[in-house]
Design a protein around this ligand. Structure first.
Ligand code: SAM
Length: 241
């Protein structure tokens, strides 16, 4: 069984505390586009087939979410460390979760775990109305800046996303980008009928990618889609720390 990482497998620690948003580039030249094209082709070969997902991956410059000094790493199919000890998920993981979510233009989507903002930018580029929630203040502030600076529309929230966003529910789809301990019942109740919840569920070491579809009011369908490794979902309906 292959394990796809949402956090870096290298164990490398990087210091971000001196980096400001100015350390991030806005240039998207032929070199970046060429590398992005190769990455998208690689993801296609690994089984990502939804044209809208592939187009968004081609559209969104992943290096915009990396410090300039590390932008060469943006087009490798690897997770990468970001501020507050968190990660930007591996491109395959982003593509895989987005494909399972089956987002259509205009869908209202909740992302739990904003992180760098890259996954949110992909959803926004696909035409979703994005609601995204992050528990770490530093990440939240930087993601808000990035969305604004790079022109992605998003409703951003700071708080415990393990509880969802009941005041803004229902959502057409919900994507959780951190490892849950259990299948969050509260989240599935925030779906519209026909809506999908994509959530990695397991222990701290390994999680199964679970897809829950709300068929009708009280009827849900569940399927599992391989093993992944995410940073923990910390909160009321997740890990304690
Ligand atoms: N989607 C992100 C991206 O594209 O960069 C990557 C997400 S990272 C793998 C997981 C994120 O979930 C971290 O930023 C972490 O702080 C956040 N997180 C963990 N528990 C959370 C919670 N209860 N509510 C909101 N965010 C949470």
């Amino acid at each position: 069984m292959i394990t796809k990482y949402a956090y870096p497998s290298t164990g490398r620690k990087l210091s971000f505390h001196r980096l400001s948003i100015k350390a991030y580039t806005l240039e998207d030249g032929y070199k970046h586009k060429g590398r992005r094209k190769r990455l998208v082709e690689d993801l296609r070969q690994k089984g990502i087939s939804n044209p809208a997902v592939l187009a968004a991956l081609m559209d969104v410059p992943r290096h915009f979410f990396f410090p300039t000094d590390f932008e060469d790493e943006a087009y490798e199919d690897k997770a990468f460390p970001i501020e507050s000890g968190q990660t930007i998920s591996q491109p395959f993981t982003v593509a895989f979760q987005t494909q399972l979510l089956d987002v259509k233009r205009g869908d209202k989507v909740l992302e739990v775990g904003t992180g760098s903002g890259y996954q949110g930018a992909i959803l926004s580029a696909m035409g979703a109305e994005l609601y995204t929630i992050e528990r770490m203040d530093e990440l939240f502030r930087k993601a808000v800046q990035r969305f604004k600076r790079f022109g992605y529309k998003a409703h951003c929230f700071l708080g415990d996303g393990s509880q969802g966003l009941p005041q803004h529910a229902p959502f057409d789809h919900i994507i959780v980008t951190a490892a849950a301990t259990e299948l969050a019942e509260n989240l599935k109740h925030q779906l519209t009928e026909g809506g999908n919840l994509v959530i990695p569920v397991g222990d701290r070491h390994i999680q199964k990618m679970v897809l829950i579809t709300r068929l009708v009011e009280n009827k849900y369908q569940r399927s599992e889609h391989g093993e992944f490794k995410f940073v923990p979902l910390v909160g009321k309906h997740g890990w304690k720390s």
